[in-house]
Ligand binder design. Structure first.
Ligand code: GCO
Length: 415
């Protein structure tokens, strides 16, 4: 129920949407191409954003967004280590950037979002130290080609999620389990690559304004379901240590902070542990069971809007860098629930900003219903629905999209 209060955001605040190449483009040759998700789906066509980005940009404009966070797929641009960039593929991304510009939509380019060229995977992916110079070579060429059009660069999307799900939980290719050493190697190599390319971007990049660069860190709160259970508490602590603390230190600890001009925060909610079990739908506990425990969840994790109000001041005080919410969203068929979730999270965001945290933009995950990795097409995060049963993949506005369009247009929320 609205209390009739309006919370305004500062002029120039970026209101955007976010996607990732493997999740929306289709016609991609990377480790996900042969991967069959739990629902039998593959990323092979997905939303066909590869061909249909002009139409999708029209939708963004209709939504009133002024920013778009999307990935550039390395496997399209280089066929071998240090190869020159594939010119037709580069031209397609340049055209996409020009279409955005024509609609006054600011691009934020993601350089790595859970996928690698096949020749990188064949050589051990990010467990191999040689991937670092290969990535630096790629980014050097890409930045030279795009620097007049792009000033916002996001190097790695959720390195913690990638390394964890690929090397500890076995959900992403190469589907390894409990390889803690490899998990740490991947993080260490990505952190080295981040430092090298972010120095390069800060030195080289120019798009009429100073380049900005940072990672997107997925922050999840890990809590014990029973506050006094030593088992639940130690599991929660171990997850917090491994996925939040260790990863933030690797990328931003000590002098490494200078490598970033911002922090990208992907924030969805929390995971509580009960008898060593993660009490979230994404780990297989049904939403209905969780409801009986009194949890409020979307189809993935527990919602925890107050966490948005906690993590922002924490990151601000610790790193003194501006923040972009590079992802927030909810997967559900219940649009009323999604609207409430968005409103609660934006209200917490607004409070944090009023308390002095500099947040420059918010990107809703996601523009489109899409290929949600190991879960396939069952998790509906889109502002726009996509009918995957129709070969034409028609897009339609969901009620949440109307609500988000109003927020973008007015640069404010009603609570
Ligand atoms: C991630 C990614 C996105 C997901 C989104 C919803 O967090 O895994 O950045 O690719 O689709 O977060 O789970």
């Amino acid at each position: 129920m609205s209390k009739g209060k309006v919370l305004s955001f500062p002029p120039g605040f970026l209101w955007g949407t976010a996607t990732a190449p493997t999740q929306v483009e289709g016609y991609i040759e990377n480790e996900w191409t042969p991967f069959i998700a739990q629902d039998g789906g593959t990323c092979q066509v997905s939303c066909d954003h590869y061909h249909r980005y002009p139409e999708d940009i029209e939708w963004m404009s209709r939504l009133g967004t002024n920013a778009y966070r999307f990935g550039i797929e390395w496997s399209r641009l280089q066929s071998a280590p240090c190869a020159p960039l594939n010119q037709p593929e580069l031209a397609r991304y340049i055209h996409l950037l020009d279409c955005l510009k024509a609609k006054d939509i600011t691009p934020m380019v993601v350089l790595h979002h859970f996928s690698n060229p096949p020749w990188i995977n064949a050589a051990g992916g990010w467990t191999n130290a040689a991937t670092v110079p290969a990535f630096v070579d790629y980014v050097t060429k890409l930045v030279a080609a795009l620097k007049d059009r792009v000033y916002l660069w996001n190097t790695f999307n959720e390195p913690d999620t990638y390394a964890c799900v690929a090397y500890l939980l076995g959900g992403f290719p190469p589907q390894r389990k409990w390889q803690l050493g490899q998990f740490r190697q991947v993080i260490a190599h990505m952190a080295q690559a981040h430092l090298q390319v972010s120095r390069l971007i800060q030195r080289e990049g120019r798009a009429g304004r100073k380049p900005e660069v940072g990672i997107a860190k997925n922050w999840t709160f890990f809590h014990a379901y029973q506050r006094f259970s030593p088992w639940d508490r130690s599991t929660a602590w171990a997850c917090h240590y491994t996925f939040n603390k260790f990863v933030l230190d690797a990328f931003l600890g000590g002098g490494r902070r200078q490598g970033s001009t911002f922090i990208g925060l992907n924030y969805y909610g929390r995971v509580r542990f009960h008898h060593f079990r993660a009490m979230i739908p994404a780990s297989g506990t049904p939403v209905k069971t969780l409801r009986d425990f009194g949890f409020v969840c979307d189809d993935m994790v527990e919602r925890y809007a107050e966490g948005m109000g906690k993590i922002l001041p924490y990151l601000h005080q610790k790193f003194k860098l501006p923040i972009y919410i590079t992802e927030h969203g909810a997967a559900s068929d219940d649009e009323t629930f999604r609207k409430r979730d968005l409103q609660a999270n934006l209200a917490a965001l607004h409070r944090a900003m009023a308390g002095g945290v500099e947040v420059r933009g918010f990107f809703y995950w996601s523009l489109l219903d899409n290929f949600e990795w190991q879960f396939g097409y069952t998790k509906k995060f889109g502002l726009l629905g996509v009918d995957f049963s129709d070969a034409n993949l028609p897009r339609t506005m969901k009620p949440l999209a109307e609500a988000y369009a109003k927020i973008c247009r007015l640069n404010s929320i009603d609570i």
